[in-house]
Design a protein around this ligand. Structure first.
Ligand code: GDP
Ligand code: MG
Length: 596
């Protein structure tokens, strides 16, 4: 195909506004799949993704569209991940395209995610086609939403398309608009190979598959290539496209989107945003915008049943194969035994991995409280990154601690504004903007990420009855009055329950935690549960507990012996965790880590 007949585009939308439905409809209209193959939404392939209606991995599909002008166009649709945690991945997917369809649910209007995505598309110089979806519904208000797009986003919406992705109404016009309103890609076939690494994943048959957008030059079977920023050199063994089924090709040229395989050992060797070039005849400079994605939220994951540790090791290894942004290292906790300290791009990413471990690998897990990455400045002038409250240095050695702050954008209907303002204020937020978009308030707040990772998102949904939408990005680090709060069960600190918290919020959180723990059932004798900062108890409850002697020997013992002991106890107490001389049921443990 000549460059002038190629169109590369993304669909951007807030969750549930109809992105996947529209994508399926476009594929169907272009004959990519039969009705039977369509079955469930093809672009959201993983179970959890389908259930939650979100996309984690960018999927791509090439469509051949015969337009009304009689010409056949090659349309490449790149699906973008649908959640704030994957903002960088979204950005790189958008960088592979010249334009986007902005899908807005005509019964809902602009939401926080719509805004975040549009700004990213504009950053990538996209031509944007606004599409008002769900106009088949009686509640659709296309005129109001049109006006909102103009007022809130500042985008000309007079020629926005009105469609129903569900019934197919107006979808043909979307294809025509893609052809006539979006620009064709530019590129030089004779220049050295320069391609954007958009995504990569592990395929059971093909090994590591790399999705690329060719900017200049060609990528061919047998070619020796180099990943410019990570440095690896490989020989290409397969080149192809997705329709959405794989179709092998001999080469890909400028403007095209497709995949290659090159006997790359692991997904982690291929970083999203890297530049693929020819090994012997490299392009002068890599593409701009590369930013290796870094975990921002950490937590410990431990098997409920200590004997499942090896299964957990294997499972996290498998997940990591396909997800280079998920990080882990082994961790030992006196209370929980062996597990892994894991790093995630955000809370949703954490939840997805945890759910997959439980569902796909069938491992019962205890997750410790999520923690952000703190910058701890020591009195000797050095700085360490702290991911785990258990590693907090002695207070005397600390000069100051900095914590990450975010800028959050929240859209909420007027009647819930008060409750959302209160929530943000309670979480140490600083309001920077409050404007109106129709009957919705648009709030911009700066908040410590620490206050958001616990349960902010759940609280926001509950105080707004599900109507608030939320998006955030990290803006930087700021000094905070942060302390480590230990939790003591029967006078012994339980490392897995300690958290880092702002001093002003410590008492409230400590009280909530001991309160939850005291509800553990039991009957033999009373033991104290305390929350303490630096030895000073700030909250206390007592709990009835079962005596448990065998674990007492575990403390301070060597690791293998401790593990054997833990394994011995596993029968009959799968759902219990030992703290000092007592057992606490898993549910109480998990409850203590939640806050409401
Ligand atoms: P996504 O999260 O943006 O991918 O949204 P989906 O495509 O999964 O759609 C969310 C929900 O809206 C699904 O239940 C769809 O069936 C429904 N939906 C999508 N488009 C339309 C439409 O044009 N009309 C109606 N009535 N429902 C739609
Ligand atoms: Mg979807």
């Amino acid at each position: 195909t000549s460059l002038s007949n190629i169109r590369n585009f993304s669909i951007i939308a807030h969750i549930d506004h109809g992105k996947s439905t529209l994508a399926d409809r476009l594929i169907q209209l272009c004959g990519g799949l039969t009705a039977r193959e369509m079955k469930a939404q093809v672009l959201d392939s993983m179970d959890i993704e389908r259930e939650r209606g979100i996309t984690i991995k960018a999927q791509t599909v090439r469509l051949d569209y015969k337009a009304k002008d009689g010409q056949v166009y090659e349309l490449n649709l790149i699906d973008t991940p649908g959640h704030v945690d994957f903002a960088y991945e979204v950005n790189r997917s958008l960088a592979a395209c010249e334009g986007s369809l902005l899908v807005v649910d005509a019964t809902q209007g602009v939401e926080a995610q719509t805004l975040a995505n549009v700004y990213q598309a504009l950053d990538n110089n996209h031509e944007i086609i606004p599409v008002l979806n769900k106009i088949d519904l009686p509640a659709a208000e296309p005129e109001r939403v049109r006006q909102q797009i103009e007022e809130v986003i500042g985008l000309d919406a007079h020629d926005a398309l009105e469609i129903s992705a569900k019934s197919g109404l107006g979808v043909e016009d979307v294809l025509e608009a893609i052809v006539h309103r979006l620009p064709a890609p530019k590129g030089d076939r004779n220049a050295p190979l320069k391609a954007l690494l958009v995504d990569s994943w592990y395929d059971a048959y093909l090994g590591v598959v790399v999705l690329v957008r060719i900017i200049d030059g060609t990528l061919s079977k047998g070619q020796r290539i180099r990943l410019m920023l990570t440095g690896g050199a490989y020989q290409v063994d397969r080149v192809g496209i997705f329709r959405p089924k794989q179709e092998m090709r001999n080469s890909l040229g400028p403007g095209e989107i497709g995949f290659f395989t090159a006997s790359i050992r692991q997904v982690a060797d291929t970083r999203i945003g890297d530049t693929v070039t020819d090994e012997k005849k490299p392009t002068a400079a890599p593409l701009p915008g590369f930013k290796p994605s870094q975990p921002v939220v950490f937590c410990g994951l431990f098997p409920v049943d200590a004997s499942e540790f090896e299964d957990l090791r294997e499972a996290v290894g498998k997940l990591r194969l396909n997800d280079a942004s998920f990080d882990y290292e082994m961790e030992t906790s006196a209370a929980l035994g062996f597990g892994f300290r894991c790093g995630f791009l955000g809370l949703l990413h954490l939840e997805i991995i945890r759910e997959r471990l439980e569902r796909e690998f069938n491992i019962g897990l205890i997750a410790t409280a999520p923690s952000v990455v703190y910058h701890v400045y020591l009195t000797d002038g050095t700085m360490t990154e702290l991911h785990n409250p258990a590693d907090m240095p002695d207070t005397q050695k600390i000069a100051k601690i900095e914590e990450p702050w975010i800028e959050a954008t929240i859209l909420v209907p007027d009647e819930h504004l008060g409750a959302v303002l209160k929530l943000c204020e309670d979480r140490r937020g600083r309001q920077t903007q409050l404007t109106y978009a129709g009957a919705r308030a648009m709030l911009v707040y700066e908040l410590p990420l620490n206050e958001v990772v616990f349960d902010f998102y759940d609280r926001l949904k509950s105080v707004s009855r599900g109507y608030a939408s939320f998006d955030y990005h990290i803006i930087g680090y700021e000094e905070g009055d942060l302390v480590k709060m230990a939790l003591l069960v029967n006078d012994e600190p339980v490392d897995a329950l300690s958290i880092i918290v702002n001093r002003s919020r410590a008492e409230m959180r400590g009280r909530a935690m001991v309160d939850k723990l005291k509800d553990s059932p039991g009957h033999m004798f009373k033991i104290p549960i305390q929350a303490a900062i630096g030895g000073k108890v700030i909250a206390r409850e007592t709990i009835s507990a079962l005596r448990k002697d065998v674990t007492a020997k575990c403390y301070g013992g060597d690791i293998t012996r401790k593990r054997k002991l833990l394994e011995k106890q596993k029968a009959g107490k799968k759902k219990m965790r030992s703290f000092g001389k007592v057992d606490i049921p898993q549910e109480a443990f998990i409850a203590a880590l939640k806050m409401d």
